[in-house]
Design a protein around this ligand. Structure first.
Ligand code: HEM
Length: 495
């Protein structure tokens, strides 16, 4: 069939795409309208479930270039050589709103990067903030419910958000960031990215280090006040990124890491695995290791940006998890979300497929690509699902290694994970953590204008909450800094 022939989805030429088959000019339609039925049936299935969080997003392809080798810390292949380049896909997002919500919500921005390395995909699924509201994954659904629309009215409800925060002082640090002048980015080009979590590196000698990743925007941080944000077009941030890349103005980020030794982690005064806390740069300076540039827009938003599936469990040899409880929860949550949202063969979709050969014994399931990623023709496939190749075994172990049946690579196993602190199994309450010092430190480096914005932004939402919630929030602010509480109190009186 020629490339310009309109066809059915099965490839047959279509005679008429404007008129259904009917009984005479004024009569009803007939049952042989199979092409009409195909169109309507496909249309009914155009949507997949949107992400339960981070539904609204924008993404682009780009390149990560190493400027400092990390070979002392990790044998991750893509981090060994200065100048080596890895293709990436970066999706930015807001968190709380649906697919068609406003780009200028006061909300964290997702910053999820897929590194297509030649040893598999590493997904760095972070945010534009170095910390998070929580440090135990069991609280995530409660937290998200409190930020989303009210269950009864389906309307935004700031009082719900503050009711959650009043009961969870672990949120104070991140809430202070969110309510500050940095809470509404001008565009995705103007945000930093953070792993937020502590991850790990391990080298060929089996030595592990704890690592936090930072992506510093080379465009500078730029933000909006509530009043400025209200005047922006709903899709402005999405358009800004697409237009900049189309113009050849490629946004970039300087990539840095903080590294902590296992020995330090045992004695450092701050719990290095508590996602509500940063590692002060004076103790763990930022080490510059690379540049990340976005330089290619997607061709099809649904196929690429909507179907991309980032999983914090997608590690490559030399990079792994840490005991961070939130991260541990996420290792399960994302793959589960992808199986529900996209399906069991999510990693065969081109945007998710590794750029290196993929060989395994998983088989079948909806949209299984028969040995190649969905959308690739078999002659260009790098994907070899052993269970689907005609002569290979579909079980492991087997006697067919000499025929090319895949085998394991024991030396990529991470070193044994140390168990730190109290190792008894049970519910470990983290209420005794210090949730106030770092929030107070952040408050104290703000100038008067930034403090005034913080007070006003908090008072706007908190004024809609009950007196008891207001009291408990003021008590939290006072523990961070008495001037923080006083400022919010005055702003509440004026609200
Ligand atoms: C236990 C805590 C968490 C749970 C259970 C959770 C769960 C989820 C789920 C289910 C999705 C949708 C995934 C999809 O449908 O593809 C998602 C998306 C996302 N989450 Fe989380 N999340 C948690 C914490 C975090 C944290 C701490 C961060 C950042 C540091 C984060 C960053 C993101 C980002 C950036 C996305 C969007 C990824 C994309 O662009 O497709 N999440 N999360």
């Amino acid at each position: 069939m020629s490339k310009t022939t309109l066809t059915t989805s099965a490839g047959a030429p279509v005679a008429d795409d404007n008129n259904s088959i009917s009984v005479g000019a004024r009569g009803p339609l007939t049952f042989d309208n199979h092409y009409l039925f195909e169109k309507l049936a496909h249309f009914n299935r155009e949507r997949i479930p949107e992400r339960v969080v981070h539904a609204r997003g924008t993404a682009a392809y780009g390149t990560f270039t190493v400027t400092k080798s990390l070979s002392d810390y990790t044998f991750a292949n893509f981090l060994q050589t200065v100048g080596s380049q890895t293709e990436v896909f970066l999706r930015f997002s807001t968190v709380g709103g649906g697919q068609d919500s406003n780009d200028y919500a006061r909300d964290p921005r997702g910053f999820a990067v897929k590194f297509y390395t030649n040893e598999g995909n590493w997904d760095m699924v972070g945010n534009n903030t170095p910390v998070f509201f929580l440090n135990d994954p069991i609280k995530f659904p409660d937290f998200i419910h409190s930020q989303k629309k009210d269950a009864r009215t389906n309307l935004p409800n700031s009082a719900n958000a503050f009711e959650f925060w009043a009961n969870h002082p672990q949120s104070l640090h991140q809430m202070t960031i969110l309510m500050s002048d940095r809470g509404i980015p001008l565009s995705y080009r103007n945000v930093h990215g953070f792993s937020s979590h502590t991850l790990s590196f391990y080298n060929a000698q089996g030595k592990r280090s704890w690592v936090k990743w930072h992506f510093k925007t080379n465009q500078g941080i730029k933000t909006l006040t509530n009043e400025e944000a209200a005047k922006m077009p709903v899709n402005g941030a999405q358009k800004d990124l697409v237009d900049a890349i189309d113009r050849g103005e490629f946004p970039s980020w300087t990539v840095k890491v903080q590294i902590m030794s296992e020995a330090d982690a045992r004695t450092y005064g701050i719990n290095p695995f508590d996602l509500t806390k940063v590692w002060p740069h004076k103790d763990y300076p930022l080490i510059e290791i690379g540049q990340l540039e976005l330089n290619k827009n997607v061709r099809n938003y649904f196929a690429e940006t909507e179907q991309v599936a980032f999983a914090p469990s997608n590690f490559v040899p030399g990079i792994n998890a840490s005991p961070d409880k939130m991260l541990q929860g996420r290792l399960l949550a994302y793959q589960d979300a992808h199986r529900y949202r996209i399906g069991a063969n999510v990693n065969q979709i081109p945007v998710n497929a590794a750029k290196c050969p993929v060989n395994h014994y998983q088989r079948d399931g909806a949209f299984s690509g028969m040995g190649c990623p969905v959308g690739h023709s078999s002659d260009e496939a790098s994907y070899t699902n052993a269970a689907h190749t005609i002569s290979a075994a579909n079980f492991f172990p087997n006697d067919r290694a000499s025929d090319g049946a895949p085998v394991t690579t024991p030396h990529v196993a991470p070193p044994l994970m140390p168990v730190l602190g109290d190792a008894w199994i049970g519910y470990h309450n983290q209420d005794a953590e210090d949730y106030y010092t770092q929030a107070g430190n952040l408050f104290r480096i703000m100038n008067d204008n930034q403090k005034a914005q913080l007070f006003g932004n908090i008072a706007g939402g908190l004024s809609t909450a009950s007196a008891s919630i207001q009291e408990r929030m003021l008590a939290q602010f006072a523990k961070a800094d008495p001037a923080y509480a006083e400022g919010v109190k005055q702003a509440l009186a004026a609200a």
